[in-house]
Ligand binder design. Structure first.
Ligand code: SAM
Length: 219
């Protein structure tokens, strides 16, 4: 069990029968938890020396862990079948996948948790035919985090505007956390609206668009 609710959320989406690379593994805590959950081979990938050696220390007692100093998906071990990319900006995650698109398409699962720009990430996944197979929303230290599990599927249909905004699985499940998040968002947007004058026409339009989407949820 990890201390971080966010990392635990990601852990719950993994399939322990697959071998994973954790891209941007930093301290290696998720890699350790994946090994404890029964994942046979874990590759720890970092593009910085400091975090990689920190992860090496933390994982020194584990077998079948591969440590790689590399950028994104460029140097995956041949045993790796799935990846986790967590705790980075959404556009960084898009960049990592886009840079190694054929590798990403060959994986059996990608688990992604952006700290920002989640709509842009979902839009990219939709355009590139990565099907969102599962999602989770968690709350830790005053912040909501959304975690996406996906896989390339040539035949997957594009996401709708609502699915890109809310997440296709999350909007169907409407968990308590999800409802809380959008009730709060709605209140914040409604209180901003009267403050936006004519000089903020574009912002006002965006707020109204978001509010219209949230109202469709009927929560
Ligand atoms: C904020 S930390 C997140 C650590 C961990 N994944 C988590 O969610 O707690 C992001 C880590 O990703 C690494 N990183 C960023 N871009 C990367 C890339 N293109 N390839 C490999 N590692 C990367 C950074 O060095 C940093 O250690």
């Amino acid at each position: 069990m990890l201390k971080s609710i966010r990392l635990n959320g990601a852990l719950e989406l993994i399939d322990s029968h697959l071998n994973y690379a954790d891209i941007g593994a930093d301290h290696g805590y998720l890699a350790m938890a994946m090994k404890d959950a029964g994942v046979k081979v874990v590759q720890v990938v970092e593009n910085k020396v400091g975090p990689l050696s920190h992860a090496k220390e933390n994982l020194q007692d584990y077998d079948d862990v591969i440590f790689t100093l590399a950028d994104g998906l460029t140097t995956l071990d041949s045993k790796i079948e799935a990846v986790t990319i967590l705790g980075m900006g959404g556009l960084n995650i898009v960049g990592i996948i886009d840079h190694s698109l054929e590798v990403a398409k060959s994986l059996k699962q990608l688990i992604l948790q952006p700290n920002s720009k989640i709509h842009e990430l979902r839009q990219f996944l939709s355009e590139q035919h990565f099907k969102i197979t599962d999602e989770k929303i968690v709350y830790e230290q005053g912040k909501y985090y959304e975690i996406i599990a996906c896989v390339y599927d040539e035949l997957s249909l594009p996401l709708t505007e609502e699915e890109i905004y809310f997440g296709p699985v999350l909007m169907r499940q409407k968990s308590n956390l999800f409802v809380n998040k959008y009730q709060k968002n709605r209140k914040q947007l409604e209180s901003r609206l009267p403050l936006l004058g004519e000089e903020h026409a574009k912002q006002k339009e965006d707020v109204l668009q978001e509010l219209a989407l949230i109202k469709q949820l009927e929560i």
